[in-house]
Every structure is written in structure tokens, then in C-alpha cells.
Design a binder for this molecule. Structure first.
Ligand SMILES: Cc1cc2nc3c(=O)[nH]c(=O)nc-3n(C[C@H](O)[C@H](O)[C@H](O)COP(=O)(O)OP(=O)(O)OC[C@H]3O[C@@H](n4cnc5c(N)ncnc54)[C@H](O)[C@@H]3O)c2cc1C
Length: 564
């Protein structure tokens, strides 16, 4: 590994020219320079996965996006969008109800770039095999910026396959949702160049259990159009143009399309009671809307609301895995940069064996998360093109990945933050923001238990899903004895199917799948360290507990770009 000391690369940071660094009492020394600008796509596991899953054609664009994501400008937008939080404006200055949310310009810069780069719904209008993989890979590098605006781009992506259930609505809205133009502001949807979509499922009395929804949908004189009355307890990104909403129609819980502005230019009733004061995800607005005579268009058959909207959840769950993997990678790169340019006890932190173990363990986890994310994206891409085997694999593996990768996020980001010592605990480092984001990804789109139970549901209802997973695992049979043994144990657990064991089962599924992918696709040092720890029983409870035999240098060198 080529290493350069802090003082060689950043003489200014080791002591300012005036000898005081702006301070009368001391020079500023041993403080790393900011990471940006850097290349967020400088990630071997990401680039290998991109090619393997059929989107090698997108590499040049991905590299460009990676440099943009890591630029000082975009990192600044990300920080600003979170520092200057969205504001609810219920009324205009004359007292008219407007129910709008005002965002800092940085939010709009981020949104405009994300939509233009195809990170919203563009892949649905792209026939090239691998288009969905390219979007996921784009999300992995753009995830180094601000996570909050990933919410409306994700929901817009996920709304398209649902709308296809109602072809006459899809005909109108799909070309606008798949557009690469970001046009903020509430106007008649069909008069805009690009649209964003949100979703409203969760109510006060139940989020995971949406069958308890009390919002009613009463048919109007116009066929297919209903009037909604009720509320939602969480509806993020309320400045989206259209929402997919669940409500109780005469035939049962149904899915509806709710535009914020009606075709005649008047506002649809969408009273925003307030915005949530959240742990993280603060650049994004999450609202509590109320519906009262709100016009809504039925999507899919009455009474099939959950079945209809579930495709949206499948897509957003993949994005939760992607965003967790992106947060891991971002915080790993920040940690690696810091320890390369910070010394303690006479040596650079990166050269100290115990810090090297922490970095290597984080690198291992990050690569496992990235590799799984791209495999899931590949399955999604092939499934939407009609591959039944991949559809079965996607059905189960997305829920497995959502459970496990998002569950690892908070522990991972906390450990990466700690690599920066006290600096990591300070907002200016950006690490607290990433840390606060991590738990959200395991809450929304199905919390941990709900995802684990969803895996049981898939196994129970569709045996093809278990078979698809086992077929995938069989591809690595014989390559590593610890992995083979883990597959045997997994088969025993699969036969149990008890709710109380769902987390045990899904955790084993996730680790075995990650092990199988790494054995097939990663260098021996990575695969060996993963199998020894995550599958072979030699695993500590904290990061940084890899056995000394694990090729720590190889893991660190593969994972960490040489940041200046
Ligand atoms: C920042 C943010 C933004 C959001 N944005 C949106 C949005 O745009 N649209 C939207 O519709 N929703 C949104 N949500 C809501 C989110 O999807 C729900 O909070 C989530 O699905 C959990 O539902 P709940 O809050 O009702 O919790 P509950 O359903 O009450 O769950 C509480 C706990 O019980 C567990 N649990 C539930 N059922 C079982 C069971 N059978 N067995 C064991 N454990 C169980 C859950 O895993 C969870 O840990 C958002 C939430 C947040 C935090």
C-alpha cells in the first residue's frame, strides 16, 4: 500500500504558515484534511458487481456520478439540506390553505441531480438489460450524499410497477414519472415535465398492519374515482405530485392514486397537520396529512390494496438495502481517510494492528452488503424482464437482505464514527448524520420483525422461493467447508418455520447468502475472513474481532481508496 503521511500531503494542516494556524497559543496539527473531493465510485466490489450483474455499460456514467457525489460542492449541498430543514407552510399570507413545504435550495440541487441521473423511475423507460442494476449502483454512490432525498426518488421508482396495474392511469403518469426532469412546485401533473410520487399507508392505529386502516374511500359519480376521508400518520415527501394511498372502499382495503393538484388546476384536499420531528432523515419532510373529500383514482381491483401496493414495497425494500450499503461504504471511506491521516502514540492509526482489524472487519461487512445489494438488483432487473426463477429469488432474498443489511447499519456506522474519535461525534464531520440515518432503514418499508415474518410468509406460500435460494447457494457448493456446513444447518432451520425463530432463520439465510456470493466473486482473503467469522463460529460481537490469520492488509487495501 502506498502511504503518505499527513504532513507530506497537507502541510497546511500540520501547522499554518504564520506558525500559529490562526491561534495565539498553538499550531493545528495532526488533523486530517476534509475527505472531499473524492471519488465515491472508487470501490472495487461495486464496480465488479455492476459488471457481473449486467450493467457494465453504465460504468462510465457511474464513475462520473461517483466523482460528482464526492465533490466538495455536492457534499456541501448534503450538509446544507440537513442543516436548513424543510418548513411547513399551511397557509399563504392571505390566509388561504396551501399545505406546502419549503426546502432549502440545496435540497432542490440534490433532487434535480438525482432525477437527471436516472435515480428515480428512469429505468422503467430503459429497455437495456441491467437498467435497474445501473440505477441501484448509482444509488450506492449517490448515497454518499444526503439520504433524505433518496426517499422521494425511491418512492417514484417504486410507484411505476404499481400504476401499471391500472393501464389508463399508467399511460398518463408513467412517462412523467420516468422523466429525468425535476420540476418542483404543485401544478396540474399533466402540465409538468416530470413528476414525483409518494405513498401513504401508515395510520395512527397501525403501520405494519395496514388492514387496520380507517381512511374510507367512497365511490363518486365518476367511474373509478373515489372520495377519501381520514388521515395518514406518516407520509413522507408531501411535495410529491401524486401519492399511492391505501383506503377502505366498499370492497375492502384498496389502492388509490391521489394527485395533489386536480386536472382542473384546483388543489386536492391534502391537509398537512404537521411535520415529524425525527431522529435523522432531517432534510426530508415526513408529514401527517388529512383527507376530506379528497379525489382518488382506484389502482387495481377494490379489496386488493395490499396485493397491489406490495410491488411498491418490493422496490423500496431494495432501496433500503442499497441505502444501508451506501451508508456503510460512505462511513468506511470517511473512517479510512481519518485513520490514514491521524497519528496516535507515535504511529498512524491505520498502521496500528487493532485499528487495522476494525477497518478490515468494517470493509468485510461493507463488501458483503454491496455484493448482496447488487445481486438483489440483478434479480429485480431479470425478474421484471420475465425471469421466473429470478422473481422467486428476488421475492425471498430482498426481504432477507432488507432484514439483515439494515440491521447491521447502526452498529456499523457507530463503529466507523468511533474511528474518528471525538471528531466523529461532532456534527461537522457528517458522521452523526449518517449514524442517525441508519436505524430508519430497518424501520420503514417493514420493520425487522415484519421482514423476518415476511420471509416465513414467502416460504409458506410459495415453495419456489426456498428452492430459488437453495439453487443460488448450490452454486458455491464445495468451495468452502464452513459454507457447506452452514447450508446444511440452514436447511434444518428452514424446516422449522416457527415465528419465534424467524430472526434466527433470516439471519442465517442472509449470512449464508452473503458467504456464497463472496466465495464465488470476492478474492480468497475476503471470502475466507467472512466464512471464518460469520459462518465458522470464530466471530466476536463487536467489529474489529477478526482472527489474526484473516488477511487484514488485503481486506483494507482492497476496500479503501487512497484518499488525499
Ligand atoms: C421517517 C419515517 C418516514 C416514513 N414515511 C412513510 C411514508 O411515506 N408512508 C408510509 O405509509 N409510512 C411511512 N412511515 C411509516 C413506517 O413505514 C412505519 O412506521 C413502519 O412500517 C412501522 O409501522 P408502525 O410505526 O405502525 O409500527 P408497528 O406496526 O406498531 O410496529 C411496532 C414494532 O412491532 C413490530 N411488529 C409488528 N408486527 C409484529 C408481529 N406480528 N410480530 C412481531 N413484531 C411485530 C415491528 O417490527 C416494530 O418493531 C415512515 C416512518 C418513518 C419513521
Amino acid at each position: 500500500m502506498v502511504t503518505t503521511s499527513v504532513d507530506e500531503r497537507h502541510p497546511g494542516f500540520g501547522g499554518q504558515g504564520d506558525g500559529h494556524g490562526g491561534h495565539a497559543t498553538h499550531d493545528v496539527a495532526n488533523q486530517p484534511a476534509p475527505l472531499a473531493p473524492y471519488d465515491a465510485s472508487d470501490d472495487i466490489a461495486l464496480l465488479e458487481g455492476l459488471r457481473r450483474e449486467g450493467a457494465g455499460w453504465a460504468e462510465e456514467d457511474l464513475r462520473r456520478l461517483g466523482r460528482l457525489a464526492g465533490s466538495a460542492q455536492v457534499q456541501e449541498w448534503s450538509e446544507q439540506a440537513n442543516r436548513h430543514e424543510p418548513e411547513l407552510r399551511t397557509h399563504d399570507r392571505y390566509g388561504h390553505r396551501i399545505d406546502e413545504v419549503a426546502f432549502h435550495p440545496s435540497w432542490h440541487h440534490l433532487m434535480r441531480t438525482a432525477v437527471a441521473e436516472g435515480l428515480a423511475a428512469a429505468p422503467w423507460a430503459d429497455d437495456r438489460p441491467g437498467a435497474h442494476v445501473a440505477r441501484t449502483a448509482g444509488g450506492l454512490v449517490w448515497g454518499h450524499t444526503d439520504a433524505g432525498h433518496g426517499c422521494p426518488t425511491s418512492m417514484t421508482y417504486a410507484a411505476v410497477p404499481v400504476l401499471r396495474r391500472q393501464p389508463e392511469l399508467a399511460k398518463v403518469y408513467e412517462p412523467l414519472l420516468t422523466s429525468r426532469e425535476y420540476e418542483p412546485g404543485l401544478r396540474v401533473p399533466t402540465e409538468k415535465r416530470g413528476l414525483l410520487a409518494g405513498m401513504g399507508m401508515t395510520e395512527k392505529q397501525g403501520g405494519s398492519d395496514v388492514r387496520t386502516n380507517t381512511t374510507t374511500a367512497t365511490p363518486t359519480a365518476e367511474p373509478g374515482v373515489y372520495a377519501l376521508r381520514g388521515h395518514k400518520w406518516f407520509t413522507s415527501a408531501p411535495m410529491c405530485d401524486v401519492f399511492l394511498v391505501l383506503a377502505q372502499a366498499p370492497g375492502g382495503l384498496s389502492c388509490f392514486l391521489v394527485p395533489r393538484v386536480l386536472p382542473d388546476g384546483t388543489r386536492n384536499t391534502f391537509r398537512i397537520q404537521r411535520l415529524k420531528d425525527k431522529l435523522g432523515n432531517r432534510s426530508n419532510a415526513s408529514s401527517e396529512p388529512e383527507f376530506d373529500g379528497t379525489a382518488a383514482w382506484l389502482v387495481g381491483p377494490e379489496g386488493q390494496g395490499v396485493k397491489t401496493i406490495i410491488e411498491m414495497v418490493n422496490c423500496t425494500r431494495l432501496d433500503c438495502v442499497m441505502m444501508s450499503a451506501a451508508l456503510m461504504r460512505k462511513t468506511l471511506v470517511e473512517a479510512g481517510h481519518h485513520v490514514r491521516h491521524r497519528s496516535a502514540f507515535g504511529a498512524r492509526l491505520v498502521d496500528q494492528p487493532l485499528m487495522r482489524n476494525v477497518l478490515a472487519d468494517l470493509a468485510l461487512e461493507s463488501e458483503a452488503a454491496t455484493t448482496l445489494t447488487l445481486r438483489l438488483a440483478g434479480a429485480a432487473d431479470r425478474a421484471v424482464r420475465g425471469d421466473a426463477g429470478e422473481a422467486a429469488f428476488r421475492r425471498i432474498a430482498t426481504a432477507v437482505g432488507k432484514y439483515w443489511v439494515t440491521k447491521r447499519g447502526p452498529a456499523f456506522t457507530a463503529e466507523a464514527l468511533e474511528c474518528l474519535g471525538g471528531n466523529g461525534y461532532v456534527e461537522e464531520s457528517g458522521m452523526p448524520r449518517h449514524y442517525r440515518e441508519a436505524p430508519l432503514l430497518s424501520i420503514w418499508e417493514g420493520s425487522g420483525n415484519v421482514n423476518a415474518l415476511d420471509v416465513l410468509r414467502a416460504l409458506g406460500r410459495d415453495p419456489a422461493t426456498a428452492q430459488a435460494l437453495l439453487d443460488e447457494l448450490a452454486l458455491s457448493r464445495g468451495a468452502d467447508a464452513r459454507l457447506d456446513a452452514a447450508v446444511v444447518r440452514l436447511k434444518d432451520l428452514l424446516a422449522e418455520g416457527a415465528q419465534v425463530n424467524a430472526r434466527r432463520l433470516v439471519e442465517r439465510m442472509a449470512l449464508t447468502l452473503q458467504g456464497s456470493l463472496l466465495v464465488r466473486h470476492a478474492p480468497p482473503a475476503v471470502a475466507d475472513a467472512f466464512c471464518a467469522t460469520r459462518l465458522g463460529g470464530d466471530w466476536g460481537h463487536a467489529f474489529g474481532t477478526l482472527p489474526a490469520a484473516a488477511g487484514l492488509d488485503a481486506l483494507v487495501d482492497r476496500a479503501l481508496p487512497d484518499t488525499a
